[in-house]
Design a protein around this ligand. Structure first.
Ligand code: 9MR
Length: 542
């Protein structure tokens, strides 16, 4: 009997060591503020806001951290995580938050600040996620942050703030005090990181007779050692940047091109044999300020001649550089208004106001001149469900064709939701443009589980994921049919890989998480994925 006990004790001891040795998670921050000091938390920015330990309001124990005297949305507490950021490290974050003035529910944002090995380089800021708290109640908040692959980064800090607003737009509700408590940040054991599944079918292989399937990514995701990269290499055969090919990144100052972020994606694509798209060349959004300003007097708008020159130089610098490497370009993006006609300055489009509608013709002509073989795309959202916008795109493309402007394809972004548009509307849209002798390609597909901004945050339940899978399946069946008819170009691009990377999280509603893609936040295949590769594996799919 005794001996048996000893044997068990020994066994427990050994397994204990094994478990201990395996779990290399490291607690980096463990702040309950019980010992009365700030524990490494500091006010960020201009140090106008203040931090103090208080005892009247607390979550656990006897004290919490009170943040007060805030005057900017970004005033809040900050804490250093490391001086040496290591790509793919995952920090798991949990904390409790409280506020007592302002709206019944309030959004808070969890953000990251990074420094660089080149200490003279400005720090980078990244909003990781937002979350909702209820007035007068302690709310728990949990998230994970994965360190990106940027080889130039150095230190990382975490901070909490309110959703960003320009300083001159700050309202009293943006300046409220808040309290935080029981903050725990753990650097996860690499063994606990999400792993891309290896023994599942390859998405692209399944559709290869019809089209390639692409993904929008960020430069931070294309690190060969990362699981995100495993997912890309296994399932996708086309790559595009979600943001890193936009002009604010590519040409931050006139004549000074920063190719590095886009080229991390391009290099990864070329090394792994993927086809490449560029998004976008001409857009009204995410442009550098200098673009529309007069050089000598930035308070004045740039002249038509100079802006035309800037446009031509931009298009041709990119397309000559990547000739025979990038196959497909969104030459112009979102040129249609949400109400009528072309998008004007009142909807943010300075191109039209300064250059007139011929900027569209010129952009395509300059693009063709720079790379005669590239596929030139006019990219737009919402054509399927909006008959007016669809017809206006038809008229626009017909005009381009009549004037012999070299447009090859209409890009349907397809940021759709779980109910609309109908498969029939998508069919009509594809066939309408095919009738003009241009191809249709799908450029930014995702499928929100919400149908309106007023819908409250909800769990992606099994029933919702099944409904989503059914719709992905039905739409791809249509795409297959349209491909057979010769109406579709040979790329279908999904706007992200796993749900945690989607722009739909926190947009248009801060704190609302969405689930629009084919893989879940832990990189596991969702029913929607199975709907596209092997529907028999999902019970309830028709
Ligand atoms: O996915 C992009 C997101 O990360 C950016 O915050 C957003 C800013 O405008 O742009 C997103 O991508 C857009 C694309 O460039 C054009 N079509 C709509 C996409 C979603 O907004």
């Amino acid at each position: 009997m005794k001996r048996l006990h000893m044997a068990f004790a020994l066994l427990f001891f050994i397994t204990g060591i094994a478990v201990y040795a395996q779990s290399a998670s490291v607690t980096v921050v463990d702040s309950n503020f019980e010992n009365g000091n700030l524990d490494g938390w500091a006010p960020r920015g201009d140090r106008e806001e203040k931090l103090e330990i208080v005892k009247d309001i607390k979550h656990g124990g006897t004290s919490s951290l009170h943040v007060f005297n805030r005057s900017k949305t970004w005033h809040g507490p900050i804490h250093k995580l490391t001086d040496n950021a290591v790509a793919d490290d995952i920090y798991s974050v949990s904390l409790w938050i409280y506020y007592k003035d302002g709206p019944a529910t309030g959004a808070f944002t969890f953000s990251i600040e990074r420094s660089f090995k080149d200490a003279s380089k400005a720090h980078a800021y990244q909003n990781v996620t937002s979350f909702q708290a209820k007035k007068g109640e302690w709310t728990e908040f949990k998230t994970e942050y994965t360190v990106g692959a940027d080889p130039t980064q150095a230190g990382i800090w975490v901070y909490f703030e309110l959703p960003y607003k320009e300083d001159n737009l700050v309202q009293p509700n943006d300046k409220i005090d808040f309290w935080v408590d029981d903050i725990r940040i753990v650097k996860l054991d690499p063994a606990l990181r999400p792993k891309a599944e290896q023994n599942i079918p390859n998405l692209s292989e399944k559709w290869q007779n019809y089209f390639d399937i692409g993904a929008a990514v960020s430069a931070d995701e294309v690190n060969f050692s990362s699981q995100q990269a495993q997912l890309l290499m296994k399932h996708f055969t086309v790559l595009v940047a979600g943001n890193d090919m936009k002009m604010e990144t590519v040409q931050p100052r006139e004549g000074s091109f920063d190719w590095a972020p886009a080229e991390r994606i391009i290099d990864f694509g070329e090394m792994t044999g993927m086809r490449l798209r560029w998004h976008p060349l001409v857009w009204h959004s995410q442009n550098p300020a200098w673009l529309f300003q007069d050089k000598a007097n930035p308070a004045r708008a740039v002249s038509k001649d100079v802006l035309n020159q800037r446009l031509k130089t931009y298009i041709q610098t990119i397309m000559r550089r990547y000739r025979n490497r990038i196959e497909s370009y969104d030459v112009v993006n979102e040129v249609l208004s949400d109400t009528a006609g072309l998008r004007t300055g009142s909807e943010g489009n300075k191109w039209l106001d300064i250059l007139g509608p011929e900027y569209i013709d010129n952009a395509f002509r300059w693009a063709r001149e720079a790379d005669p073989k590239a596929q030139l795309v006019i990219n737009e959202y919402g054509l399927e469900g909006d008959a007016r916008k669809r017809q206006e795109m038809y008229n626009l493309v017909k005009g381009l064709k009549d004037r012999k402007v070299p447009v090859d394809a209409v890009g349907l972004q397809m940021h759709i939701d779980i109910k609309t548009p109908t498969v029939q509307q998508i069919r009509e849209t594809i066939e309408l443009f095919a009738g003009l002798g241009v191809k249709v390609i799908i450029t930014e597909m995702d499928m929100s589980i919400y149908t309106s901004p007023s819908e409250a945050k909800k769990e992606a339940t099994a029933a919702i994921l099944l409904e989503q899978a059914q719709r992905y399946k039905d739409i791809f069946a249509l795409l297959q049919e349209e491909s057979r008819k010769g109406n579709l170009g040979d790329m279908v691009v999904i706007w992200g890989t796993s749900d945690n990377t989607s722009w739909k999280n926190n947009f248009p509603v801060p704190g609302r998480t969405d689930a629009p893609l084919l893989f879940d936040p832990r990189l596991q295949s969702k029913p929607a994925f199975w709907g596209l590769v092997d529907p028999g594996k999902v019970r309830g799919l028709r």
